[in-house]
Design a protein around this ligand. Structure first.
Ligand code: SF4
Ligand code: SF4
Length: 482
């Protein structure tokens, strides 16, 4: 039987079933242990350290106790601390991005995804480079600067060369004042050699959702195709890092298995990356199973309600305070608003989850991967974020300044990154307001910028940011960054 070892490179040892079961039993036993819960909450709290803050995070066992706890006032405390951490490390900024679906050809049999090979209802489509260009122009015309590209797994239709061509095309398009400055990639688990090629193509984060950490369920949910190989899939992030990719993004598809099991597995995966590579995940995504062609979420009996979902997000925030957290347009405006308060740092906006969706007037359903709950335009999302007290940020500075992997994490851990994020958010927001916003959003945005500039503590940084924003307003000069 496999023995738990976070430093092992074998899936069954770092995501160890026996350890997860022991964790869940420990969490259940202690879910009313107020003394222990208070200690864990205290450990999670950010502490002042010079000009910034530090956080110790939580182990998978500690975080699982909090997730199991059902005492209302302790849950309230979790939310408060999650918000404290969020404000300490991310302030009131929210980074925006959009997914770009390249191809829905797929040889896998994932039972929760309409792109699975046996689905004959769905139209199969793969973008040509001309179509990629058109989609990118449409995305730039909305104001997007950061994309996550998505493609099914199909060695014939979507080989790595196709993905690399698409990345090259995306970076080459500069329409009006627009450009895409960071391409994150969400494609199937692959080889070290292919990860190296992605790195050379200049990708930002490599994202791969585990879907479920429960091996038996994983094998049933992925009955056919290369994705059936649980170990190969689970060990993908180690290969990505071996291939030179510094930033990796984890995620679970909540609803497939029991959420407490998934949660423990997810935190163990983060601990494993930290133990082996010295740097944890750059982001964690929290998607839930959604309705789509051929897919009814009620088929999966582990669906979670909104309250539980928000509690999971808060517990992730407490356990891995330095990791960005992403929520997509799978979730409604209401859920997204609540998630923002407990630690989400990135949201997608105006997403089309179909291949070629951005160049079509009407939201197309025939090739969608899942139904989008939040169907607002990017301008509406930007305006809404500001109304809820958040600065919408289109910043991509770190990756372009070489602040990735452990370099990024060390700046993040000693609080220095804040000196970049805040002015960068304001400058990229000014670009958005100048080039793409509606008059109403523009007015609200510039008021916010004026107020937020006053909050930049260092005089020199404030002066530079003010000058750059004036330049953005009075000329076509763009892409200022700290
Ligand atoms: S989840 Fe990914 S691998 Fe599975 S069927 Fe859908 S596109 Fe293919
Ligand atoms: S400065 Fe870096 S961490 Fe901050 S928002 Fe920009 S890219 Fe993200």
């Amino acid at each position: 039987m496999a023995v738990y070892n976070p430093k092992s490179l074998k899936a069954e040892e770092f995501i160890n079933d026996e350890e997860i079961r022991a964790t869940l039993a420990y969490a259940e036993e202690n879910k009313n242990n107020v003394e222990l819960i208070d200690q864990i909450l205290e450990k999670a709290r950010p502490v002042k350290n010079g000009n910034g803050c530090t956080c110790r995070g939580l182990t998978h066992r500690e975080a699982s106790v909090l997730l199991a706890c059902e005492i209302p006032e302790k849950i309230q405390k979790m939310y408060e601390i999650a918000e404290e951490i969020k404000l300490a490390f991310y302030g009131n900024r929210i980074v925006l991005f959009a997914p770009l679906y390249l191809s829905n050809y797929c040889v896998n049999g994932c039972v929760y995804c309409p792109y699975h090979m046996k689905n004959k209802h769905i139209a199969r489509k793969k973008l040509t480079q001309e179509e990629v260009r058109a989609e990118v122009i449409a995305l730039q015309d909305m104001g997007h600067k950061r994309l996550a590209i998505e493609a099914g797994e199909d060695p014939v239709n979507n080989p790595i060369e196709y993905i690399l061509d698409c990345i090259h095309t995306i970076y080459s398009v500069h329409h009006k004042n627009g450009d895409i400055r960071r391409v994150n990639v969400n494609i199937a688990a692959t080889t070290v050699e292919n990860y190296r090629k992605l790195k050379e193509a200049g990708i930002g984060t490599y994202i791969l959702f585990q879907e479920t950490y429960h091996k038996k369920s994983y094998l049933e949910l992925h009955p056919t195709g290369p994705k059936h190989d649980y170990d190969y899939h689970t060990e993908a992030m180690d290969r990505a890092m071996e291939g030179g990719i510094d930033d990796v993004g984890l995620g679970v598809l909540f609803g497939l298995e029991l959420y407490k099991y998934e949660f423990a597995g997810l935190i163990m995966h983060a601990e494993h990356l930290e133990a082996v590579h010295g740097v944890g995940p750059h982001t964690i995504s929290v998607p839930r199973v959604k309705r789509a062609d051929d897919i009814d979420p009620d088929m999966f009996d582990n669906g979670i309600d909104d309250e539980t979902f928000i509690k999971i997000a808060a517990c992730i925030r407490l356990a891995v305070p330095y990791t960005g957290m992403i929520v997509s347009t799978r979730e409604s405006e209401d859920v997204r608003r609540r998630m923002l308060r407990v630690g989400i740092s990135q949201v997608s906006g105006a997403s089309r989850t179909s291949v070629g969706g951005y160049t079509e007037e009407e939201r197309p359903h025939d090739t969608e991967q899942f139904d989008v709950s939040d169907q607002r335009t990017l301008d509406e999302v930007v305006h809404w974020l500001m109304q809820t007290g958040h600065i919408p940020s289109f910043c991509t500075a770190c990756y372009r300044e070489g602040r990735t992997g452990d370099r990024f994490m060390s700046l993040c851990k000693n609080g220095q990154i804040l000196n970049c994020c805040h002015p960068n958010a304001l400058m990229t927001l000014a670009e958005y307001l100048e080039d793409y916003a509606s008059p109403e959003t523009k007015e609200t945005g510039y008021k916010m910028i004026e107020e937020e500039l006053k909050r930049i503590p260092k005089d020199k940084v404030r002066e530079i940011a003010e000058k750059n924003i004036q330049d953005i307003r009075s000329s076509n000069r763009r892409d200022f960054r700290f």
